[in-house]
Design a binder for this molecule. Structure first.
Ligand SMILES: [Mn+2]
Length: 258
């Protein structure tokens, strides 16, 4: 079994909007695909769905995220993340400020495997807490973050100690060095030809099949995971939702093998 939690959160800093609709649409698209994975020769584990964590949109992003973290920890108190890992559905990437701090309070230190077209290491991008600053804030909090698949470096950003531009090579070495990791998966790491429904599309991305191969190699190495930055508002043909649902299925099977 794995635990599923939606975090329908987005700030106003995103170029294109709609990430808050991600959890509802990913659940809906799950109805449209088979539970059996021919790729892993396994069926999706049962999902314990805790629903979505809504918070007052009038609050500042960091206040909303603190409240989300408190609610995540109350879920952990009922369903221990060490017994059945959690899969969080974003929401924009700012949610990681809530998810990983809640998990660290519960299980202690771990590193973050961050797959993304972007470094998310601006100092200020529509404020100190947004999808574009979150990995910098987490490094300031003492987290080790390895970023793989990025294709751009913003004017306030730095190239991280761990990571690789354009492709995912080195990600497994990062995991070997740091032990079990939390996977923070921004779907814009994929090439826009395969997944265009994102806030800030970047060309020269990762092919879906390559991402799946990395996920399969992460069996037994994940403490938890999140899928963020899917924009149903751009998904007029529902092509991204079906890719997202398959990603959920494949990742759930990998997580349940932990
Ligand atoms: Mn991104």
């Amino acid at each position: 079994m794995i635990n599923l939690v939606g975090v329908p959160f987005e700030t106003e800093a995103n170029f294109l909007r709609g990430a808050a609709l991600g959890p509802a649409h990913l659940r809906w698209h799950l109805w449209g695909i088979d539970e059996y994975s021919p790729l892993q020769k396994a069926r999706m584990p049962s999902l314990h769905d805790a629903g979505d964590l809504w918070v007052n949109f009038d609050l500042k992003p960091e206040e909303r995220l603190d409240r989300i973290a408190v609610r995540i920890k109350s879920l952990f108190a009922r369903n221990d993340p060490r017994k059945a890992p959690y899969l969080f559905l974003g929401g924009d990437h700012t949610i990681t400020w809530a998810t990983v701090r809640a998990l660290r309070d519960w299980i202690g230190n771990f590193a973050i495997l961050h797959l993304d077209a972007h470094l998310d290491r601006w100092d200020d991008y529509g404020g100190r807490f947004s999808h574009a600053t979150v990995m910098r804030r987490l490094e300031e909090e003492g987290f080790t973050v390895g970023t793989f698949g990025y294709r751009t470096v913003g004017s306030q950003e730095y190239v991280p100690k761990y990571g690789n531009m354009y492709d995912l090579s080195g990600a497994l070495d990062f995991v070997k060095v740091h032990g079990k990791v939390y996977l923070s998966l921004d779907v814009d790491v994929l090439d826009p030809s395969e997944f265009p429904c994102v806030s800030n599309p970047e060309p020269m991305g990762v092919r879906f099949v390559k991402l799946l191969k990395l996920l399969y190699a992460l069996k037994g190495k994940l403490l938890g995971a999140e899928i963020v930055e899917y924009l149903p508002t751009l998904d007029h043909s529902h092509r991204c939702g079906s890719v997202g649902a398959i990603l959920m299925r494949e990742l759930s099977i990998v997580l349940s093998a932990t």
